[in-house]
Design a protein around this ligand. Structure first.
Ligand SMILES: Nc1ncnc2c1ncn2[C@@H]1O[C@H](COP(=O)(O)OP(=O)(O)O)[C@@H](O)[C@H]1O
Ligand SMILES: [Mg+2]
Length: 257
């Protein structure tokens, strides 16, 4: 019998020499949840993502995704299982066009099955249909180096969701966007979520975290120091100290120092 949780981590730990970057984390994520991960620089957020998404091996602990233990699997294998992840620095191939980036993502997503990167006309049609769904069809032939920041972020989500993942992990997805662009990106993530994808993201921008997440997980020094409703963070004593020092809390004090 499968559990309710799409992802479970138990005693997850990653050390770098004497440093405990992730220090014995227990975390359960339900299918369909949108979980925002916050906390100061160096808290261990990206390392936690690296452990879950197969980028970095755990020093100890166990990770279960969709009912199976995934320790030791690499990102490619996890992508095939339905766990997709984006990076803090938007990657992609800047000299290739939007469409070519989409074709590469598609081909990598099925590379194991097909044992090669042979592109057929229907691959192109499928890529164009996906780009159309994300509002990127008009710029399909433009090199990624020439498109806007919001378009690059949108393409990042489009390429990550190419294999219809069950869970999508985003590391600081709205970094570098203006407030109106963040609002557009929020709508994009809402649409992805409405299609049933579980979303776990790291974000410093409190407006994004509180708008998109129905659960906030805050890390500090490798551990979880808060796990609950985003609206309850502002009332949490530990969070207030961490984010706001000793200053009085007001409703609009949403940005961390
Ligand atoms: N490859 C690495 N080698 C050594 N130390 C690392 C490595 N990756 C991360 N760290 C350290 O682990 C801690 C957590 O880093 P990170 O997970 O990137 O934090 P966050 O994403 O919350 O800012 C930091 O002290 C960082 O310097
Ligand atoms: Mg980080």
């Amino acid at each position: 019998m499968a559990s309710d949780f799409i992802l479970s981590a138990r005693g997850l730990r990653r050390t770098y020499g004497a440093l405990h970057a992730v220090d014995g984390v227990d975390l359960d994520i339900r299918a369909g949840e949108a979980v925002g991960v916050g906390g100061p620089n160096g808290a261990g957020k990206t390392t936690l993502f690296d452990l879950i998404s197969g980028v970095t091996p755990a020093s100890s602990g166990e990770i279960t995704f969709d009912g199976r233990v995934i320790n030791g699997m690499n990102s490619q294998q996890l992508f095939q299982l339905g766990l997709a992840r984006t990076f803090q620095v938007v990657d992609g191939f800047p000299r290739l066009s939007v469409l070519e980036n989409m074709l590469v993502a598609q081909a990598l997503g099925v590379a194991t099955a097909r044992r090669g990167l042979i592109l057929r006309r229907r691959d192109r049609e499928r890529a164009m249909a996906s780009l159309d769904g994300y509002g990127l069809a008009d710029i399909a032939m433009q090199p990624v180096a020439e498109i806007s920041a919001l378009q690059r972020k949108t393409l990042m989500v489009a390429t990550a969701t190419v294999g219809n993942p069950r869970m999508l992990m985003l590391d600081e997805p709205v970094g570098g966007l203006t407030p109106p662009e963040i609002d557009e990106f929020i709508q994009l993530i809402d649409r992805v979520r409405a299609s049933g994808v579980t979303i776990v993201f790291i974000e410093h921008v409190m407006r994004f975290l509180t708008t998109v997440a129905d659960r906030a997980v805050i890390m500090d020094q490798g551990g979880l120091i808060f796990d609950g409703a985003p609206g309850d963070m502002i009332r949490d004593e530990t969070i207030r100290k961490l984010y706001l020092g000793e200053t009085p809390v007001t409703e609009d004090a949403h940005e961390p120092a």
